[in-house]
Design a protein around this ligand. Structure first.
Ligand SMILES: [Mg+2]
Length: 273
C-alpha cells in the first residue's frame, strides 16, 4: 500500500548511492533498472561539498548518466533566493567551487579574507555550506561580523550529521544554529527538509502529481520528514546514516523502511501503474 500508484522517485545521493568513497552495492543498478522500467527519476541532494558538475561526474564514474536538470542541489535555490532579494555580494562560507552554482558575487571566507576584512565592504549575504576546513573561529568570526553588520544568513542545509568512513560526523546544522544563536538572526534553510526544495523537484516531473512521487533517503528527518511535509510519501533506506536509534527517536514515521534502493526496486511493480 505504501507504494500504490508510484510513478516518480526523488532519490537522495549520499548514504543511498555511496558512503564516503564506497559505493552502496546495488544502488546504481537499481536506479538504472527503475528508469528502464518507466519510472521517472530525479536526484535531490543536500550535498554542498562539491558543485553540481562534480556530482554529475561522480555519478557518471559510478555508472549513472544523469542530465544536469535531473539533479537538484540547494545552491540553485540559494542563488534564486539571493537574486529575488536584490542580489549583491555574498560571503561564501562553503567550498569555493560552489560559486559556480551560486553565481557572481562570491566573497572569500578564508584566512586572507580575514586579513582584508577591515578594508573590504561587508557582503549582503552569508552563505553556509558543509566545508569542514571552514569550521574554525577565524572564518566563522568573519561571517559572524557580516551578520552583525546586517547580512542575511542563507544555509544550504542544516543537517545534524552525516556518515563518513570514520563513522558519524557532526553536520552543518551545528554551525547554522551556532551562528543564529550568536548573532541573534534566523537563517533561511534552502535544502531538505525545506518545502520549496521539494516543490522545485516536483515541478520537474511532467504530469505527475505529488501523490505519485516518493522520496527515498537515509535521513529520517530531512528526507522522509521533509517529503511528508510537502505532501509526498517518504521511504527510508537502512544504508548511510540510518540507525534504529535515530529512527526510534524521530517524530517522523516513514511510509516504508527498506534495506536499500535495490530492495525498493524489487518491491515496486514491474511498470508504474
Ligand atoms: Mg543522505
Amino acid at each position: 500500500m505504501a507504494l500504490d500508484g508510484v510513478a516518480g522517485l526523488l532519490l537522495d545521493l549520499d548514504g543511498v548511492f555511496y558512503v564516503g568513497d564506497e559505493a552502496v552495492p546495488g544502488s546504481v543498478e537499481a536506479a538504472r533498472d527503475l528508469a528502464a522500467r518507466g519510472y521517472a527519476i530525479r536526484f535531490l541532494t543536500n550535498t554542498t561539498m562539491r558543485p553540481r558538475a562534480a556530482l554529475l561526474r561522480r555519478l557518471r564514474a559510478l555508472g549513472l548518466d544523469v542530465a544536469p536538470e535531473q539533479l537538484l542541489t540547494p545552491a540553485v535555490l540559494a542563488a534564486r533566493l539571493m537574486r529575488a532579494g536584490g542580489g549583491g555580494a555574498y560571503r561564501l562560507v562553503a567550498h569555493p567551487d560552489l560559486a559556480a552554482d551560486l553565481g557572481p558575487g562570491a566573497v572569500a571566507a578564508d584566512d586572507e579574507a580575514a586579513d582584508d576584512e577591515a578594508a573590504s565592504p561587508r557582503p549582503r549575504w552569508v552563505v553556509l555550506g558543509l566545508h569542514p576546513p571552514f569550521f574554525r573561529h577565524e572564518v566563522l568570526g568573519v561571517a559572524f561580523r557580516d551578520l552583525l553588520a546586517g547580512a542575511r544568513l542563507v544555509a544550504l542545509h542544516a543537517n545534524r550529521m552525516w556518515r563518513t568512513a570514520r563513522g558519524m560526523e557532526p553536520g552543518l546544522g551545528m554551525v547554522v544554529r551556532g551562528l543564529e544563536y550568536a548573532a541573534g538572526v534566523e537563517a533561511t534553510v534552502v535544502g531538505k527538509p525545506a518545502r520549496p526544495f521539494f516543490e522545485e523537484a516536483l515541478g520537474t516531473f511532467e504530469d505527475l502529481g505529488r501523490e505519485r512521487v516518493i522520496m527515498v533517503g537515509d535521513d529520517v528527518d530531512s528526507d522522509v520528514g521533509g517529503a511528508q511535509g510537502a505532501g509526498l510519501r517518504g521511504v527510508l533506506v537502512r544504508t548511510g546514516k540510518f540507525s534504529e536509534a535515530t529512527l526510534a527517536a524521530s517524530p517522523v514515521e516513514p511510509d516504508l523502511v527498506v534495506d536499500d534502493l535495490a530492495a525498493l526496486a524489487r518491491a515496486l511493480p514491474a511498470r508504474p501503474r
